[in-house]
Design a protein around this ligand. Structure first.
Ligand code: UDP
Ligand code: MG
Length: 138
């Protein structure tokens, strides 16, 4: 059993896509074991994306991620990290496979609706960034 962090980004929340994302998770056997809505400050977004701080898109990305509320979730299931990445589609929606969340809804390489952890180590960091043990159901 594996856990991963999912975020419906500010573009997804403002466009009314929370339910669409949750539906796809539930339909694909990714169990939601924690969920909340947050509005990150710029420093909080910078801490979350610290791994990307040298990248040219870092300032714009952290500005976007702190521009409005996000829904953050912990998902659980067999191979949850890779299976959820598969549902999301490629980072650039133009490269995302048909039927993925990003192919269906993203409008921009930055405003791509969802985030998902990419490895067990990043999942552990990202889950711990937003949730303590009492906020994740057994
Ligand atoms: N991003 C961007 N420009 C790029 C690459 C990434 O604006 O050239 C943004 C995009 O929102 C992406 C996030 O930065 O989701 C994190 O990038 P990463 O490479 O980790 O992609 P992801 O894991 O989200 O697919
Ligand atoms: Mg990533």
């Amino acid at each position: 059993m594996e856990r991963t962090l999912s975020i419906v980004k500010p573009d997804g929340v403002s466009r009314g896509l929370i339910g669409e994302v949750v539906k796809r998770l539930e339909d694909n056997d990714l169990r939601i074991v924690a969920l909340k809505m947050i509005h990150m400050t710029r420093p909080q977004a910078e801490g979350f994306y610290a791994v990307h701080r040298q990248r040219p898109f870092f300032a714009s990305l952290t500005d976007f991620m702190s521009s409005g509320p996000c829904v953050v979730m912990v998902l659980e299931g067999e191979g949850a990290i890779a299976r959820y990445r598969g549902l999301m589609g490629a980072t650039n929606f133009k490269d995302a496979a048909p039927g993925t969340i990003r192919a269906d809804f993203a409008t921009d390489i930055e405003k791509n609706v969802v985030h998902g952890s990419d490895a067990p180590e990043t999942a552990a960091f990202e889950i711990g960034y937003f949730f303590n043990r009492f906020e994740i159901v057994a």
